[in-house]
Design a protein around this ligand. Structure first.
Ligand code: F6R
Length: 263
């Protein structure tokens, strides 16, 4: 696991995008992205869009798969993840909408929609770069505490903490859907590279548990300790409860030339 501590959220986005661009370069324009919603990846996606606009990143034939979607809110709803991915990923990065996938939380057969989603990821050969945020309770995707570490895309019930955290996007907490479809932890672990970004003090405890705690379903993100290519990029607030801060900073400052990011 690579841990990079940045001074602020803007820098987190720049470093995450530079890391993704470095991974994407040898893969070429058909790179397959896994994308998250929420506040965390906003700067990263804006920076990726900038790299596309400047010609430094070619996503002309890229596919994208969202991590999750609420159950029961239609595609055009402003808080549906279909809509958020359209606004933060598809349009700014110039992706072909036909290659951008979001689980169908409005399907009449939700289980079939989950199976179809897994099949669609397999059909393109799997995800090359999975972007993740993290919930204050340690969830990745909407894999809430006690999720199976080998789970696949399925229906989940949102934890009380997640309803509370996501109430800011709705008129009231009662409007936050209780259920979602989410890629499983096993699905996320199949991605060839993972980049998790986190900012702010409300993520500090989860980040410390995920990076330095035991691997446990109580902090689902901790499964990333088993991933061979996981990078966690945090600002100093989200890093506040880590015990090995000096080690992570020294490692990044002394990367060999071939590993250094051009940011
Ligand atoms: C979003 C997702 C969630 C969020 C997490 C953090 O697609 O799967 O895991 O990444 O809830 O949300 P923010 O970034 O809004 O704090």
């Amino acid at each position: 696991m690579e841990v990079i501590i940045c001074p602020n959220a803007q820098r987190v986005g720049e470093v995450a995008a530079a890391k993704a661009a470095r991974i994407a370069a040898p893969i070429g324009p058909k790179v397959v992205l896994g994308v998250a919603t929420g506040s965390s990846p906003v700067q990263t996606f804006a920076e990726l869009a900038r790299l596309v606009a400047s010609g430094d990143l070619d996503l002309s034939e890229a596919s994208a798969f969202a991590l999750d979607e609420y159950v029961g809110i239609p595609e055009g709803h402003p808080e549906s993840y279909h809509e958020i991915i359209r606004q933060t990923v598809t349009e700014p990065m110039g992706l072909d909408p036909a290659r951008v996938h979001v689980p169908d939380g409005f399907a009449t057969d939700l289980q079939a929609a989950c199976r179809a989603y897994e099949d669609a990821i397999k059909a393109v050969g799997g995800v090359d770069i999975q972007f993740l945020g993290i919930g204050s309770n340690g969830h990745i995707g909407f894999n809430e505490p006690t999720s199976s570490l080998s789970s696949r895309t399925r229906i989940k019930t949102l934890a009380a903490k997640t309803l509370e955290d996501n109430a800011r996007f709705f008129d009231s907490i009662d409007d936050v859907p209780r259920h979602c479809l989410t890629q499983g932890l096993g699905t996320i672990m199949d991605a060839r590279n993972v980049i998790l970004v986190a900012t702010g003090t409300n993520k500090a405890h989860a980040i410390a548990q995920v990076i330095e705690g035991p691997i446990t379903a109580m902090y689902p993100g901790s499964v990333l300790q088993l991933h061979p290519h996981a990078t966690i990029i945090v600002d100093s607030d989200a890093a506040a409860e880590l015990t090995l801060i000096d080690y992570y900073k020294a490692t990044y400052a002394n990367l060999p030339a071939w590993q250094r990011l051009d940011v």
